[in-house]
Design a protein around this ligand. Structure first.
Ligand code: IPD
Ligand code: CA
Ligand code: CA
Length: 263
């Protein structure tokens, strides 16, 4: 058994259990509140999923650090492992019963991405990756698309919650990619968008103003499926979520080029 195996198994179990809550409560009456902006929502299901995951980690591994979107994480200075949790990625979709959302669990080891698990409970698709060991969906190896021409690429993106107030709203970049690519999608779950790049369903994805929990699992899954992830300059600051570009690798420079020309 590899060193990662029991931790991966714990992440899988917690992602499936949180996903079961999401599936059970899907399209039922939710308690919905707003956070940073009127369009930034949180539901009782986000909180229930986070509690389940954080309790599960602390019961099994009390020394690990946890960063969790809804604030119930535990800082453990000096911990070797840091879990980075988005308990429900795609809350706006979830609140509208739009069937695209997931659980995302990333695990960093010594401050480096190590394990990623993303679970889509409606499609029952479990994506996972361990650094250096490849990426899987429901046990089958994942591989990015072979597309080499941006004009034939299907790309996805998203728009930040401060878009009503900020001029950095991704509209310039969206317009540029709309002309450059075959088609664009905005489907409301960054973690699933990344997994779709890993699965070759999308050829590329970019977004600004995300958070570490949106990308911690998905970017590792893309890289382990043979793709490339970076920030908008091709650097490695994307694990912060501030600017994220993910691609099949072949289209990466062309995507960075569009972003540089439309910054
Ligand atoms: C959001 C989704 C969305 C992205 C937003 C994220 P949340 O996460 O990933 O696709 O465009 O920027 O914040 O709030 O549903 O966990
Ligand atoms: Ca999210
Ligand atoms: Ca979330």
């Amino acid at each position: 058994m590899t060193e990662a195996a029991p931790i991966l198994e714990l992440a899988r179990r917690l992602a499936r259990e949180a996903g079961a809550i999401q599936k059970q409560r899907y399209a039922t009456e939710l308690e919905i509140e707003t956070k940073s902006a009127a369009v930034d929502l949180v539901t009782d299901v986000d909180r229930a999923c986070e509690a389940l995951i954080v309790d599960g980690i602390t019961a099994a591994r009390p020394g690990d650090a946890i960063l969790a979107e809804e604030g119930s994480g535990i800082d453990q200075p000096g911990a070797l492992l840091r879990w980075i949790i988005d308990p429900l990625d795609g809350t706006t979709n979830y609140a509208h019963a739009y069937p695209r959302f997931c659980v995302s669990i990333g695990i960093f080891r010594n401050a480096e991405p190590w394990i990623g698990v993303v679970y889509d409970p409606l499609l029952d698709e479990l994506y996972e990756a361990v650094r250096g060991e490849g990426a899987l969906c429901n046990g089958e190896p994942l591989r990015v698309s072979p597309e080499r021409d941006l004009s034939r690429g299907l790309l996805a993106t998203g728009f930040a919650y401060d878009r009503r107030k900020s001029e950095q709203d991704n509209i310039t970049q969206f317009a540029a990619f709309l002309k450059a690519a075959r088609a664009l999608r905005r489907d409301g779950s960054a973690a699933l968008d990344l997994c779709y790049v890993a699965a070759g369903r999308l050829d590329g994805y970019w977004e600004f103003k995300l958070q570490p929990w949106d990308v911690a699992a998905g970017c590792l899954i893309v890289e382990e499926a043979g793709g490339r992830t970076s920030d908008a300059e091709g650097g490695a600051s994307h694990w912060s979520g501030r600017a994220v570009v993910a691609s099949n690798g072949a289209l990466h420079e062309a995507m960075l080029d569009v972003l540089r020309r439309n910054a």
